[in-house]
Design a protein around this ligand. Structure first.
Ligand code: GRF
Length: 217
């Protein structure tokens, strides 16, 4: 199975969804590494509880952004990582990581892109703008922030009494379903990119040994 690194900065509920998907066999990939950019995040606690190795890479420990980016790329390569998932990671990836993992990086963003791109406060921006529908977008990461090809989107209604927090919570719930699914598709090489558009190939046919195992229940 492909080895996945999850990059996170916050409470790590999306990481938790990935951990649970792996445990139930729905991820189709192995969570091999969690990278956080600050100490004591909820994400690192969740990784520790699940027994996933964690690395902490605070940018201030590096001379500049390029040095941090190279250190991150080296860390991922040394860990044998094949897929990178930004799950609430509040840093922009640089060329070292983007080049090494081109078309192998997913990000989840709490809006229906291209609306409310490029910020940490998309649910608040959606409330302020008065939209009636928002949601989440899982997309491939390219050099342009929040602009890579879209893999999956899930919509949520914006309620009249929503706050940024209540909307963010409802969006997160959808991210928890969308992100593991997208990771599985990428791990199974099922995401075909055609310009800005993606399409998802059907699941691979079961192997003879999988069919035999299923038959013997
Ligand atoms: C998610 O909504 C993500 O889209 C945004 O930050 C949130 C992270 O939540 N960038 P969590 O840390 O996974 O709980």
């Amino acid at each position: 199975m492909k080895r996945v690194a999850v990059l996170a900065s916050g409470r790590g509920s999306n990481l938790q969804a990935l951990i649970e998907a792996e445990a139930s066999g729905e991820l189709g990939a192995t969570l091999a590494l969690v990278v956080v950019d600050r100490a004591n995040t909820g994400a690192s606690a969740r990784a520790a509880a699940a027994g996933i190795p964690t690395a902490t890479l605070p940018p201030r420990d590096f001379a500049d952004r390029a040095a941090w980016d190279r250190a991150l790329a080296d860390l991922l390569v040394e860990a044998g990582i094949e897929i990178v998932v930004c799950a609430g990671f509040e840093r922009i990836l640089g060329p070292a990581v983007l080049t090494r993992f081109a078309s192998r990086i997913l990000n989840t963003h709490p809006s229906l892109l291209p609306a409310f791109a490029g910020g940490l406060h998309a649910p608040a921006d959606a409330i302020r703008h008065g939209v009636k529908v928002s949601g989440c977008t899982v997309h491939l990461v390219t050099a342009e922030l929040d602009a890579g090809p879209i893999v999956v989107q899930r919509a949520v209604a914006v309620h009249d009494d929503d706050t940024a927090e209540s909307l963010a919570e409802r969006i997160r719930h959808e991210e928890h379903r969308a992100l593991p699914r997208a990771v599985r598709w990428l791990a199974e090489d099922r995401i075909v990119v055609d310009g800005r558009r993606t399409r998802i190939l059907p699941p691979p046919a079961p192997t003879a040994s999988e069919l035999a195992a299923a038959a013997h229940g």
